[in-house]
Design a protein around this ligand. Sequence first.
Ligand SMILES: Nc1ncnc2c1ncn2[C@@H]1O[C@H](COP(=O)(O)OP(=O)(O)OP(=O)(O)O)[C@@H](O)[C@H]1O
Ligand SMILES: [Mg+2]
Length: 248
Amino acid sequence: MIETRFVGRVSLLRERVESFERYPFNLPSVRALDRIEPHPKVTFFIGENGSGKSTLLEAIAVSLGFNPEGGSRNFQFGTRPSHSELHEYLRIAKGMKRPRSGYFLRAESFFNVATEIEKLDAEPSFGPPVINAYGGRSLHEQSHGESFLALLRDRFIPQGLYLLDEPEAALSPQRQLAVLARIHDLASEGSQFIIATHSPILMAYPEASIFQFDSNGISQVAYEDTEHFQVTRDFLADPQRMLRILLA
Ligand SMILES: Nc1ncnc2c1ncn2[C@@H]1O[C@H](COP(=O)(O)OP(=O)(O)OP(=O)(O)O)[C@@H](O)[C@H]1O
Ligand SMILES: [Mg+2]
């Protein structure tokens, strides 16, 4: 029995699904989904482009009450109805305690979150400016990577629940290592992460479960068995050899 921190077993209520012929149920990862057991600290979703990682991450986020456009649970902006109905077909086991904080980071919509913070702070309020929780500088005036690191450093707190979609997108390798260290601190202090990623650096985090999405469905894999690890290792071991083969 795996300990549940905030998000425990995620099950697809298959009997409710009328048809596995249409999106999102026709994706191989969803079609074969019965249940997955996230790690109490860190869970990675990996797999090819289009394999359904964002679809499932977003459905988990929406099912837990996050805005499908991303942000904390206080953000309720946006009307884009593009998220799938998968969240209505998930059952998510929850831990005894509620997270003290939470965040759903969509790679594509960090810009919208930055805009929403500026809007909230432009309105009269008795509380401190929202931007203070993000390093005090408008996220529009920081680089993509800088603003993401500010989010992780200033806004993410212990005992939080964080769902991140490709957080590596803006980050140099050095900064990905910094993010690993920050994730470790937060996870050690009671936070839980679910992260969709292509980064062989991030997915190396040891206290984690890796779920691979492919044509057979979703299955747990060891870090060293991931394609990300193997391809990167082989390439860096002898770039010239790999290039000769590729560019022949
Ligand atoms: N609203 C939609 N209607 C139909 N198909 C969709 C819709 N949204 C996404 N898809 C398809 O579902 C598949 C899975 O998309 P998803 O974004 O979950 O992939 P992903 O694993 O996150 O990929 P990536 O690594 O590129 O981010 C894709 O083939 C995509 O084209
Ligand atoms: Mg995606």
